[in-house]
Write a protein that binds this ligand. Sequence first.
Ligand code: NAD
Length: 503
Amino acid sequence: MTATEPTVDETIAIRNPANGTQVGSIPVHGPSVVAEKAARLRTAQQEWEAIGPVERGRWLRQWQDWAFDNVDHLTDVLISEAGKSRRDAGVEIVATATMPTYWADNAATFLKASHPKAHSPLYQNKRFTTWYRPHQLVGVISPWNFPFALPCMDGIPALAAGAAVLLKPSEVTPLSGLEIVRGWNEIGAPPVLDVVTGYGATGAAVIDNVDYLQFTGSTGTGRRVAVACAERLIPFGLELGGKDPAIVLADADLERAANGVLWGGLFNSGQVCVSVERVFVEAPVYDEFVAKLTEKARSVSQGAAGDIGAMATDTQRDIVARHVGEATAAGARVLTGGEPTGVGTYFAPTVLADVDPTMTCMTEETFGPTIPVIKVADEHEAIRLANQSEYGLSASVWTGDVARGERIATRLEVGAVNVNDAMTNIFCPNVPMAGWKESGLGHRAGGDAGLLKYCRPQAITAPRTPTMKSELLWYPATDRKTGMLLKAMRLVNAQGWKRKFGR
Ligand code: NAD
């Protein structure tokens, strides 16, 4: 959701959704401020690229130290703007702070030039080099659900690659983005990281000024962002919505499965793109699993000092309430929760049974603390229903046979599958986090690919041996010279004698 767009430049009041108190205010940056900041970043980027990955890694490590040294303050800021519980906020800050060293440690290896072999003996006299130059300025547009983690998860590998980065956090939760940049400046790092604040129009101005755009947000906005990037012919990555399935098989450790599905569905009050939003349970264990899940959900506490916090916005809470209302009107049963609670935007942890796959709680992204459960005959039905979604972000499979879980993973139409665990891959930058179908384009992280996506590969060919005055293809061309070359190409690369000799 985005707050109402203003017609004139103004400030945005930031409120804690858990209690409505104003906790800050930010300017709405217009196109000229965005352009000025982008120009300054471009200037600073040249030196940043020149110092190389090892030196850049030193700054990333210093920023990581700063983040660990300031965990309590950063957690407070995050709670104040997003209404999270202290536990959820703490996980976000600390887990994010573990990642800069991964990019600092590996950037030099990932960026190393390679010398690929020639595809044909005719090019043996060439030395081939592929190397990588960063895009000069990367824009990172983020949503409100992980205001600290997402700008970092995208911005840090871009910085490690040698790009400058301009952040545009959500207008709902911009304060953590400001903190990220404050920390960068406080450690005295080169001025290659900055932030602009505002609504969608500010995000649009970012797209107008950058060379690569990494967007995280809703699928609807993602489409608009893709069109804007296409107009400018700049590359982009999209991390969009999800409707992640969990498949619980009859051979699973049901205690672990119930605990894992509960956490995967309720962490951050379900406001996670990879939150468990659909659960398919094999018939023989359905009743037992649902009973365990419901009992555990009843014991999840809410509040800043509890397990989970508030919803980030009124609109988000209302979407959750609508999905629950529409499900119950169509015959689903609320086993626990099902309603807003307390003041602010809290919604009770909810388990829904007797759900069918056509209900909105199964077809639309809910982004809330609700866990709808469906009974399935067997793994084949579970896979079919799990794949029956326009989204394809990630999934989990719960089974006593890990090899079976990995086999099922290969049949799921999603970018990541966690066997006997939930959401693990998002904490691990060595593997990609990629949305398939309407969940995105491209990927976040993923080892070398997570850094090289912020670069342009450049090919260099150079002679290994002294060169002739001319080449067979150069002018003046003759049929004889061209013919000789084409015959040689066939001879060395075509398969089978008939093709080699053109007969
Ligand atoms: P949103 O799409 O409303 O907004 C995201 C960002 O885009 C905000 O900063 C907003 O100001 C900006 N924006 C809006 N219009 C724009 C435009 N025309 N041009 C450029 N920028 C524009 O998303 P939201 O409601 O803040 O976040 C929730 C969504 O994010 C959910 O759908 C969730 O699944 C998704 N999400 C995805 C991932 C992932 O990695 N796949 C992670 C977290 C959240």
